[in-house]
Design a protein around this ligand. Structure first.
Ligand code: GDP
Ligand code: IMO
Ligand code: MG
Length: 427
């Protein structure tokens, strides 16, 4: 059985954690391939709620081996805290595998993330402040520190010295901050080395051997298509590739091994942080979506911006990811509206535009063109199959499917594992 990618089709927080967890017992490995602890993935099992940041959502399925791939940036302090928290709740994390090539977030990345946002003022991106961008910048600049460097103290010292040489100049002279001591970082990171050692392996080799044996591998994205550094609303994006190509580079699995790419898409839209958002609502409908949908960030606690479903975005996600399926989430949140607007195209400078515009300036003043679908008022949170849904809810799903360009193969009607209508099995 080949690999399957599961990723966000909008601006993140689509319900990737729930969807991954749902497939947990059908796959042997669940792999995070990009991002870091900017992610917040929620999994609800019975009356237990888990918020995962760095660990793949497969960690909650005992038969599943969770993998942190080479494309992820790891803050060791956060990772160890997350492991400890789960262990305290009785979750076994001893199966975790971490790539030798994943990069590390250090205290100076966190500091630079925060001060550079402050200096951007009104133009700030609204990052999570976790050091994600600066850590990826060092990776691309070839001065990053990798997991494998932890096991060679003299290399580790050289790399920290190299990275801090100009960073301290910038921190002191540009940002008027204290410099960071090499020895302090070195001492802290050498302590992590011994704790992390048992988890560290060549994850690309491990995953390719698993695929060769016919085992199932699920690649779990964080963030979403519109937050992709290449394909998203740059510069209001994260610093990695959540899109399907990133699943390959971030795990060391060739694209020919990937058979299915599932886009998780909310029945409406949310966004955290700055940047354009054509269907954003500033009225009581937006407030209603936020309160019924519980739209508060898992990582930063910020209120999420809310708006209606945007079909050009969904079509764009199909295009840049080669989506084979959608997993539609949070349909239950739309219960109770008389009419539900769906953005089917944009108006830009008086013209109707069907696709996401190639120019960011155009996207900034794209106005949504809505079609209005009749709503429903029945409780749908216990629906098990499509025919359990009220006709108007079925029609809403059908309409989204037609206009978005890929089948809605699963539909979420509540946060629980079992609150899912499976239209077509993924595996
Ligand atoms: P992720 O980052 O993509 O994993 O998504 P988050 O966990 O940040 O946000 C999704 C939120 O929606 C979480 O609180 C989930 O428990 C919840 N959720 C997921 N699917 C559904 C659904 O179908 N219905 C409802 N009501 N909540 C859902
Ligand atoms: P999950 O995996 C929603 C957003 C931040 C900010 C931008 C850049 O839970 O869907 P960063 O700290 O990554 O440099 O911030 O990206 N962002 C997310 N928004 N869900 C996420 O993750 C996000 N991770 C980052 O709000 O706008
Ligand atoms: Mg989230």
């Amino acid at each position: 059985m080949p690999a399957i990618v599961l990723l966000g089709a909008q601006w993140g927080d689509e319900g990737k954690g729930k969807a991954t967890d749902l497939l947990g017992d059908k796959v042997k490995y669940v792999v995070r391939y990009q991002g870091g602890n900017n992610a917040g993935h929620t999994v609800v099992i019975g009356d237990q709620k888990y918020a995962l940041h760095l660990l793949p959502s497969g960690i909650l399925t005992p038969s599943c081996i969770p993998v942190i791939g080479n494309g992820v940036v790891i803050d060791p302090a956060v990772l160890l805290e997350e492991i400890r928290g789960l262990n305290e709740r009785g979750v076994d994390t001893s199966n975790l595998k971490i790539s030798t090539n994943a990069h590390l977030i250090t205290p100076y990345h966190r500091t630079i993330d925060k001060v550079s946002e402050r200096f951007l003022g009104k133009a700030k991106i609204g990052t999570t402040g976790r050091g994600i961008g600066p850590a990826y910048a060092d990776k691309i600049n070839r001065i990053g520190i990798r997991v494998q460097d932890l096991f060679d103290p003299s290399i580790l010292r050289q790399k920290i010295e190299g990275a801090l040489r100009d960073k301290n100049q910038v921190l002191i002279k540009v940002f008027n901050r204290k410099g960071i001591e090499v020895d302090e970082v070195l001492r802290e990171y050498l302590e992590y080395a011994e704790i992390l050692r048992p988890y560290v392996v060549d994850t690309s080799l491990l995953l390719n051997q698993a695929l060769a044996k016919g085992e199932n591998v699920l690649l779990e994205g964080s963030q979403g298509t519109l937050l992709d550094v290449d394909h998203g609303t740059y510069p209001f994006v994260t610093s990695s590739n959540p899109t399907a190509g990133g699943a390959s580079t971030g795990s060391g699995i060739g694209p020919t091994k990937i058979s299915r790419v599932i886009g998780i898409v909310k029945a409406y839209t949310t966004r955290v942080g700055s940047g354009p958002f054509p269907t954003e609502l500033f009225d009581e409908d937006g407030e209603k979506l936020r309160s019924i949908g519980g739209e508060v960030g898992v990582t930063t606690g910020r209120a999420r911006r809310c708006g209606w479903y945007d079909a050009p975005i969904a079509r764009y996600a199909v295009r840049v990811n080669g989506l084979t399926d959608f997993f539609l989430t949070k349909l239950d949140v739309l219960t109770g509206w008389e009419k539900i607007p769906v953005c089917v195209a944009y108006e830009i400078d008086g013209k109707r535009v069907e696709e996401l515009p190639a120019s960011q300036s155009d996207f900034h003043h794209a106005k949504p063109i809505y079609e209005y679908l009749p709503g429903w008022s029945e409780d749908i949170t216990k629906a098990k199959k499509l025919s359990d849904l009220p006709t108007n809810a079925q029609n809403y799903v059908k309409f989204l499917e037609e206009i978005s360009g890929a089948p809605m193969s699963a539909i979420g009607v509540g946060p629980g594992r079992d609150q899912t209508i499976v239209v077509k099995e993924f595996i």
